[in-house]
Design a protein around this ligand. Sequence first.
Ligand code: MN
Length: 481
Amino acid sequence: MIERKDLLARFAAYSPHVDPLPLELAWDFAEKAHSHQARASGDRYITHCAAVADSLVEWRMDLPSVCAGLLHDTIEDTPTTEAQLRAEFGEEIAMLVMGVTKIDALKFESRDDAQAENWRKMLLATAKDIRVIVVKLADRLHNMKTLNFLAPEKQQRIAAETMALYSPLAHRLGMFKLKSELEDLSFAYLHPAEHADIKAKVGARLTESEKKLAQARTEIERVLADSEIPCRILSRTKTLWSIYKKMERQKKPFEEIQDGLGVRLITDTVANCYALLGIVHTHFKPVAGTFTDYISTPKLNLYRSLHTTIVGSAGDVVEIQIRTEEMHRSSEYGIAAHWRYKTGEQAKDVHLEEKMNWLRQWMEWLQDLNSPREFLDSLKTDLEFHQVFVFTPAGEVKVLPEGATPLDFAYAVHTQVGEACVGAVVNNKMVKLDHPLKSGDICRIVTRKGSAPKKDWLNLARTARARSKIRHWLRERGLVE
Ligand code: MN
């Protein structure tokens, strides 16, 4: 477990101008609040808070986020109140802790992919601030690492939830390292036999590919040694889950899955990325059609690197990614790596514009949820989600625009449900068909056989889907133009 002083030191290393006092106070507060509580492992509860804060420090999150990491379970598990947190730590930290607490209250149950997507949207909407999601991801990472101490049913539920919700969220946030970690941890519980099998086989194959990789690295190091270009070389290995997925997709046994050799060259500037590429291509034979320039044309999530594949002297094919330190950080830590513009260093930050572009790209993914203009204007992450999330009695979530009515909900469930709708029960109370729905409402539509759409429904429905279905039905019968 990380100690108090080590956490402070690690935080100070990247935030030299930030007063760490709140961090010290948050540690002491959490330690005291949870003092009568232990983890399922038998460890003191503060070990969990510390591990969460430690991940946030690794991702170089700002002070309020790391404090929230320490305090994230105080509301749920101890008598601590929101008012108390606000008084001790201020509005921002209290808001982040409350955000995490709210997410914890959501119970994800469905295993259906479309439902999982709605849940992810709801999570984002509930979070309001992206940092809440990042704290929640750090929490989930440590819970997954200590999952072996829980009962089997709980392990299954939490692992399934991690695979369906949290790993895709990490992916969306560009946190690829975390995404892979969560996947492999879940994989071990969801498919224990397959996980153990692949793990053993990868272990057996490792020595051979390690030898090849070491040789490729030596060769590359040799040709780079004469240049003045600063460069460190990293080896890249496939995750167990990605091998399993590939076996499933290609319907091939482990032995036929090519575990390509991969190295990364990390340098200082973009110009040196291209210089390194030139050297590599001069000394090794590139495989035709494998070169991709993601620096001049970044991926949608702003991933940047040069990709090429070469043939080593022993005939081994080696995939090479070339990038700067900063690109490397972004690809490992995603949105967390771009967070630092908030920490008061923006004056010095020449890449601010670039980072804002990245956030803009990310927000574009959220376009189907809302209009993030306000967020972009204020540089704050309080998202205005003009949407409501309404449940069916069976626990499915329907995403509807703000102001949507039970009629919209009925048509979202099924056209036939809409057409036969005679009433609605929201949270066990009968409501009118123009009743505006709120997030978290449970809505049951009352239908009657032989009932039909009415002309005035066009004034009650808000969604394009419901309105067009109603109009279509009426037009077919000559009731409207
Ligand atoms: Mn927790």
